[in-house]
Design a binder for this molecule. Sequence first.
Ligand code: F0G
Length: 398
Amino acid sequence: MIRCVSCGEEYDDDEVIYTCEKCGSVLELVNDIDVSKDIFDGRKDNLWKFKECIPVDESKIVSLNEGGTPFCKCDKLGEELGVNLYVKVEGSNPTGSFKDRGMTVGMTKAMELGVNTVGCASTGNTSASLSAYAARAGLRCIVFLPSGKVALGKLAQAMFHGAEVMSINGNFDEALEAMTALALEKHLYLLNSINPYRLEGQKTIGYEIVRDLGWQAPDRIVLPVGNAGNISAIWKGVKEFYDAGFIKDLPMMTGIQAEGACPVTNAFKKGDKRVVPVENPETIATAIRIGAPVSDIKALNAIYDSNGYSQTVSDEEILDAQKLLARTEGIGVEPASAASIAGLKKLVDEGVVDKGETVTCVVTGHLLKDPNTAIDACTKPTEVDADIDTLRKILLEK
Ligand code: F0G
């Protein structure tokens, strides 16, 4: 069953509907877990090991083997920050971001519904993922990208997998509005995170974190927030496992935004339940360059209900954290993902996060998504002839 998160109106699972017809709010799938957690044991470690908890037709699955991503204990960085740190590496998904979790479920639903065209607006990763899954499913795929603001790796993916790519003169929020209008006119099936089936895939990040900790919740889950779907999804996942009795505690959901694109943090600091859109969002972390997040209600509920928090970080803090994670722990992530590490550092400094807390940072996309930013952050390689004397001089006689 699909239910409105605000007024509770209910809809059938097979209705193609993105917002509540009564009150306009966002929708969610309602599932009861009626299996024992033992049934997951011994299955291949990908998202579909949790298939009983994902409300789509198993015979229609479109998958590239997503999920089951590395869960890295980061002792060196943890010690530096004063917490017991784990990093969930979502860049290890098939197209290099967590979006693949949402897309395998969303595309499976598209096959169930028998649609022939799918679409999304995107800051990059959603389009990269959708293009790949649409290719696998054999469906027409249309993506809208904000002109000049999409990181190179993501653009390459969307184009290479054969999507019809529109470079929109406008920002993400404007591109999404246009894409949504086409979806409401029924020209295509919308696979942005306003589609509740997307979040049914992404909630498995929450499932895996508590499973990887030996059926325990961390004290806190920290992640970047853009359109606000992922924080909502992960909270749904951990709550489902809590309600099923698989874990005894819940984590504090902690959403990090860039200073120039922080409607959720602004609302949290005022204690509001809705955001006031940020007109011209700007940040080097283009993935989260979003001013009007569609899942604001769900995300703020997650933060309030979990006794969580939201904070902003500057572009400089993001880039510093990106390098710190790469050079201390060997984990390469794109700028938006590093917001989680930057935010954790800031919240420890501010005393919001207690020393010794067990914290999981979700890093959402791979370093190679945004090669230009990575290269700009480094000094150029030294150009030199393949001459042993010169090399000896440079490398050994420093
Ligand atoms: N991190 C990365 C790498 C992302 O690509 C996104 C969102 C987020 C974090 C934020 O997640 O929107 O669920 O709060 N990217 C979308 C896209 C908007 O189009 O690829 P969110």
